[in-house]
Design a binder for this molecule. Structure first.
Ligand SMILES: [Zn+2]
Ligand SMILES: [Zn+2]
Length: 235
């Protein structure tokens, strides 16, 4: 109650401002109507890895990559394409202490999940950062995305069960084959997972190699189904 009241007064004192053009936000979102309409949406994609596919393929078509090498996870939800200006919002989220960006992006992902999610997971797990990267950045952007989603759907969040055991170079700067090698054996699960269906939270799905690796490990630890919730997919 008090939280709701504080939230509404916060917007009276500081009305939401569009993070992209500086215009007036709407519906309590830090984005204006025009910029929201222009965001690159991932409308037609592979249900497993969210790779954008031509519209005529239909919603149920699995992409060739997933047919040949099924990833460790079962389903992905990435409502946007990693193109401008989504790339800029995610860049600020990762490298400019973008907690306002996290709030906006989580809201947009949450809104699209309201219609797209057919079975809610029992647990949310943000993709962990290696401790050295966490020290460098000061926060884990996936955790900042996961917190509002956990509140929105009333699904518990677990962020210290999985750890990254190897520091890895930035995925975006690597070639595809190198990426898969780069994450091999990169995670550890400590403790008991009390869920059979989990969703991993990430900012961008690039090849899916990182999330696939963690998903496989979770399945070795008794998880039956792993979904991936991300903001964007690289085309
Ligand atoms: Zn705007
Ligand atoms: Zn796919």
């Amino acid at each position: 109650m008090i939280y709701k009241w504080l939230k509404s007064t916060q917007y009276l004192v500081y009305p939401p401002t569009c993070l992209l053009c500086g215009g007036r936000g709407q519906q309590g979102l830090d984005i204006c109507e025009g910029c929201l309409r222009e965001l690159p949406r991932n409308l037609s994609c592979c249900p497993v890895c969210a790779l954008p596919l031509p519209q005529e393929y239909g919603a149920a078509t699995t992409c060739g990559n997933c047919l040949m090498h099924h990833p460790g996870f079962d389903l992905s939800h990435a409502p946007f394409l990693y193109l401008p200006p989504i790339g800029r919002l995610i860049g600020d989220l990762k490298f400019n202490s973008g907690l306002t960006q996290a709030r906006l992006l989580a809201r947009l992902v949450g809104d699209s999940l309201e219609t797209a999610m057919e079975r809610p997971p029992e647990l949310l797990i943000p993709i962990p950062l290696h401790p050295s990267r966490l020290r460098e950045r000061g926060y884990n952007q996936s955790l900042e995305l996961a917190r509002p989603l956990s509140r929105q759907f009333g699904i518990p969040l677990q962020y210290n069960l999985c750890t990254r055991i190897r520091a890895t170079p930035h995925q975006l700067s690597l070639k595809k084959q190198d990426r898969a090698r780069n994450v091999k054996g990169g995670f550890r699960v400590s403790g008991k997972l009390n869920a059979r269906h989990v969703a991993l939270i990430d900012d961008v799905i690039t090849t899916g190699a990182t999330v696939s690796e963690l998903a496989r490990l979770l399945k070795k630890n008794g998880v039956e189904r792993v979904d991936v919730w991300a903001v964007a997919r690289t085309p």
